[in-house]
Design a binder for this molecule. Structure first.
Ligand SMILES: [Ca+2]
Ligand SMILES: [Ca+2]
Length: 206
């Protein structure tokens, strides 16, 4: 068909097209008809396109469902470890100078705890323990205010609001390594701190 048309333009119409077309108009009508046929999608193509439209609609639905599902992810807060109510903040394990077990040397060894809450904690029954098992238990009338610190010193002395005394005659916190444990009156472990000594420091911030 195309060849016939081209030939026609070249002046060969009569020779090559005469058997097929009544005249030039007929030729173009028929050529146009065939081209139109070729432009029209066949049934299968139409069906595929309609499937495509449906698939697009379904895709949009799925995206809406996905977005709706994803939106629910944010409703639960991420799991986060809460700070212990009574937190170990510092262990001064190697008191300054030679460790000769003088009371002043023993009291220069200590552990400091922080009340991380916004309420005072009655410390009676709370305890501090080292790895060996030496245990200090807070007595009555010790109340630690909100966000306040208290230091437990190893030696002997009179308890106050910011320092209490273990009343030991031996050191508690090993100079090489140790672990401190804090338990509430129910015996539940609330915080712990392990350390290994460094030559540059005599204490550890937990
Ligand atoms: Ca020392
Ligand atoms: Ca120890």
């Amino acid at each position: 068909m195309i060849q016939a048309a081209i030939w026609s333009d070249r002046g060969c119409y009569k020779r090559s097209g005469v058997n097929y077309f009544a005249n030039r108009d007929d030729l173009f009508t028929q050529v146009g008809g065939r081209i139109y046929e070729r432009l029209l999608p066949d049934e299968a193509t139409i069906a595929r396109n309609q499937e495509g439209v449906q698939a697009q609609t379904r895709y949009a639905e799925l995206m809406h469902e996905l977005v709706a599902a994803a939106a629910t992810f944010g409703t639960a807060p991420p799991a986060q470890a809460a700070a212990p109510t009574l937190q170990i903040v510092k262990i001064y394990y190697d008191s300054p100078g030679a460790d000769r077990r003088s009371n002043s040397s023993l009291n220069a060894e200590y552990i400091t705890l922080l009340n991380t809450t916004r309420k005072a904690i009655v410390l009676e029954g709370w305890s501090v323990r080292d790895k060996t098992g030496y245990t200090y238990e807070f007595g009555p009338d010790v109340v630690l205010g909100a966000k306040k610190r208290i230091t437990v010193r190893t030696g002997q002395g009179d308890d106050g609001t910011s320092s209490v005394f273990w009343n030991r005659r031996q050191y508690v916190w090993n100079n090489d390594q140790d672990t401190a444990y804090v338990r509430n009156p129910g015996g539940k472990l609330v915080d712990s701190c392990s350390y290994k000594a460094r030559s540059t420091s005599a204490y550890v911030n937990c």
